[in-house]
Ligand binder design. Structure first.
Ligand code: NAX
Length: 334
């Protein structure tokens, strides 16, 4: 089998370190699928990336064909089939949101252009670095010759967090839960939606009502505990752990790519993909939707009922995405 070339930006960082060994072990593309890794960093990040490359060698992974560390995007994206855009500029003290968007546009714009120029024709891209949806949009806009469906942003961690919370309250395995959805932005405005979710085939809302003593109690738990907890889980992890999510973010990135490349049979998942107007989300925005995959690409699950409360929450998160897009455009960066 031909090796797949996976480029990881920010590979010298924390999520990069958690990703590399799982990719090399075959967790992302399958136990028979050889991989070639390209670790793209900025000059300050080269040493940790080089150290990780030494450790990859020491892992003696049978599937790992080759590892290259570089700070040159032309080399890093050369022949790339899967681009994991993890490296980004974090928010510094006193930094305004507009400054953060601009700093990241300066990263994701050139990377999008380099992907168009140097990557393989079948390249697929996922933005992990925050603000992930808008960073993906910037990369997408900088690669106009590539199709829309090659560009995604990661909301799978939010999706997995939602499944984890449901599994915990219902005391079931996460594997029993299907068809949770994350809508909107990967931010505190996101809408984790259980309206269509099932637990071992039973509607999740019925299972919650049985567990919590009634439909009213179930609705209150969803609105007052579940939605805010999932949306703010990143902050909770920082409070408890003293550092942001790393292994769970790497795990979600692997889930996102595996389902995208290989397909999934057990219901839908969530990913931020380019809208073509589905569910009233403005065309061109990269927003999270429920998505299905047969391995040929992510497809937005259409035709779901969206009630007035869900509509309002989706609209609020999409309004934030529009504001991010407009801020970047106003600065001449889109
Ligand atoms: P780290 O600060 O540990 O690593 C970031 C790495 O990126 C550094 O090694 C840095 O040198 C490198 N880098 C910076 N600019 C670069 C560029 N232009 N080209 C290549 N590399 C570059 O952060 P880490 O904990 O790994 O997090 C990475 C990103 O993931 C952050 O933006 C973070 O906010 C984001 N996250 C996104 C999540 C999601 O669900 N979408 C969840 C986890 C995480 O918060």
């Amino acid at each position: 089998m031909t090796a797949t070339t996976v480029t990881i930006t920010g590979a010298g960082g924390q999520i990069g370190y958690a990703l590399l060994f799982r990719i090399a072990a075959g967790d992302m593309l399958g136990p028979d699928h050889p991989v070639r890794l390209r670790l793209l960093e900025i000059p300050q990040g080269l040493k940790p990336a080089e150290g990780a490359a030494l450790e990859l060698q020491d892992g003696a992974f049978p599937l790992l064909r080759d590892v290259e560390v570089t700070d040159d995007a032309a080399v890093g994206f050369d022949g790339c089939n899967i681009a994991l855009l993890v490296g980004s500029r974090p928010r510094g003290p006193g930094m305004e949101r507009a400054d953060l968007l601009a700093a990241n546009a300066g990263i994701f714009g050139p990377q999008g252009a380099a992907i168009q120029k140097h990557a393989a024709a079948d390249v697929r891209v996922v933005a992990v670095g925050n603000p992930a949806n808008t960073n993906a949009l910037i990369a997408r806009t900088s690669a106009p010759d590539l199709p829309d469906d090659r560009f995604t942003a990661l909301t799978r961690l939010d999706h997995n967090r939602a499944v984890g919370q449901l599994a915990a309250i219902l005391d079931v395995s996460p594997g029993a839960i299907r068809d949770v959805a994350i809508w909107g932005n990967h931010s505190a405005t996101q809408f984790p939606d259980v309206a269509h979710a099932t637990v071992d085939g039973t509607p999740a809302l019925d299972a919650l009502a049985a567990r919590l003593g009634g439909a009213e109690q179930a609705a209150a738990w969803v609105d007052d505990e579940f939605v805010p907890r999932v949306a703010r889980r990143g902050a909770e992890i920082i409070e408890v752990r003293g550092s942001s999510s790393v292994a769970s973010a790497a795990n979600a990135t692997i889930d996102h790519v595996r389902d995208w490349m290989l397909g999934r049979s057990d219901g839908w998942t969530s990913a931020a993909v380019v809208s073509h107007g589905e569910y009233g989300v403005p065309s061109g925005l990269i927003s999270s939707f429920p998505v299905a995959s047969d391995g040929s690409g992510y497809r937005i699950v259409e035709g779901l009922d969206v009630d007035a409360r869900a509509r309002a929450r989706i609209d609020a998160s999409v309004a934030e995405l529009v504001a991010e897009r407009d801020a970047v455009a106003a600065a001449g960066l889109l």
